[in-house]
Write a protein that binds this ligand. Structure first.
Ligand SMILES: C[S@@+](CC[C@H](N)C(=O)[O-])C[C@H]1O[C@@H](n2cnc3c(N)ncnc32)[C@H](O)[C@@H]1O
Length: 361
């Protein structure tokens, strides 16, 4: 193959020039060998161009210094260079030639990775290829199992139906994020790896000594992430008994600075029967579809100057802000919305929003 043989001190400068000329062979590695370096080129270079290169490169002080009086050599030679292994960048790329162009376009390019499990979405018109898509996803992600979404997230426990496609049929896995471990069964509990930055954000704004209520805790991602770094006291409630069992296991699995008290039950019932008279500095309401139905409970449990992290699906901040202000007024309180931002996109134009709502009595 055609390459440039270059005096070693000048290799980097020549590389910049031939990149600008768009003739550098990006598929092969640059090879240093004794006093020379070799760079692959994709088009011939004339003697005139080589002379111009030399004129440019010799102007660089560092090159002159390193050459230390030796002549600057640049010449075209025939030299084989090592091919740079090129890994596919997506499942789509790996399926080129195995599916039609239209099928590749229809393919969803995103999937959720939870521990060793990948959850994919396969459009109806591609169901006949689900094994091929599953196997390819398994190879691309290097995980152990691939499951396919069979329904939207639904019901009180917010769990979706899934179908096993390939790999090992075991829906129980350990997911790692923010230096914590969460064990869970993807077929029986809610969990979203897409909220990791939000959990980190809440952990970072939490102070030691806070009393926290995680009203819809699931297997405990918010509670565990927060308690992993803060000396806090967290009451974590969920109606799904399987989620609470995993939360208990997750408390044992992680080294926590804070304490977590898991309670299984409907938060409204738990509030009236077990939390009466208690006040919390921070409340987490991660049930974005229906959290507004639980605002009375939240306002009855929030401490003076406490903060409610209220999540909802919305296009913008307006409706949630009004809802929180109205509900606070009903409780004889006022609120300051210290922050409202998009946490993740759920469908075109629709977002999971978070409101950091400071409550004043
Ligand atoms: C969207 S998930 C969030 C779970 C967890 N916070 C997380 O981020 O993974 C909502 C959770 O609320 C629980 N849930 C729904 N209604 C509830 C209620 N009335 N009382 C307590 N938990 C409830 C569900 O079982 C589910 O685990």
């Amino acid at each position: 193959m055609q390459s440039l043989k270059i005096s070693l001190p000048a290799v980097d400068e020549v590389r910049k020039i031939i990149m600008d000329m768009e003739i550098m062979d990006m598929d092969h590695r640059i090879k240093p060998e004794k006093d020379y370096g070799y760079i692959g080129i994709t088009s011939p270079v004339s003697d005139e161009e080589i002379e111009k290169m030399k004129e440019e490169v010799i102007k660089v002080k560092k090159v002159r210094k390193l050459l230390n009086g030796r002549p600057l050599e640049i010449e075209v030679v025939d030299k084989e260079l090592e091919l740079i292994p090129r890994y596919p960048h997506s499942v789509r790329e790996m399926l080129q030639g195995k599916l039609t162009d239209q099928e590749i376009t229809d393919l969803r390019n995103s999937f959720d990775i939870i521990g060793n499990i990948v959850i994919v979405e396969i459009p109806n018109n591609l169901l006949e290829h689900k094994e091929l898509i599953g196997e390819t996803t398994l190879k691309f992600t290097k995980r152990k199992s691939v499951y396919m979404k069979k329904s939207p997230i639904k019901g009180v426990t917010r769990v979706r139906d899934i179908e096993f496609i390939c790999g090992v049929n075991n829906p129980v896995t350990i997911h790692k994020e923010q230096k914590i471990r969460l064990k869970l069964d993807v077929s029986k509990v809610y969990f979203s790896p897409r909220l990791t930055s939000e959990r980190k954000r809440i952990r970072e704004i939490t102070d030691d000594g806070e009393k926290i209520l995680d009203m819809f805790c699931g297997v405990g991602p918010f509670s565990i992430v927060i308690a992993s770094r803060n000396k806090v006291d967290i009451t974590a409630v969920d109606i799904n008994d399987v989620a609470i069992d995993y939360l208990k296991e997750n408390i044992r699995l992680n080294k926590l600075q804070g304490k977590i008290h898991p309670i299984c039950g409907d938060i409204n019932k738990v509030a009236s029967e077990q939390l009466e008279g208690e006040k919390f500095d921070r409340l987490i309401m991660n049930l974005p579809g229906t959290a507004y139905e639980f605002l009375d409970t939240a306002f009855s449990l929030v401490a003076q100057e406490g903060i409610i992290h209220y999540y909802e699906f919305a296009h913008d901040c307006n409706e949630g802000r009004e809802r929180l202000e109205r509900k606070a007024a009903e409780h004889g309180m006022t609120v300051t919305i210290e922050r409202c931002h998009k946490v993740r996109s759920t469908s075109p134009g629709m977002w999971q929003m978070v409101f950091d709502c400071r409550v004043h009595y």
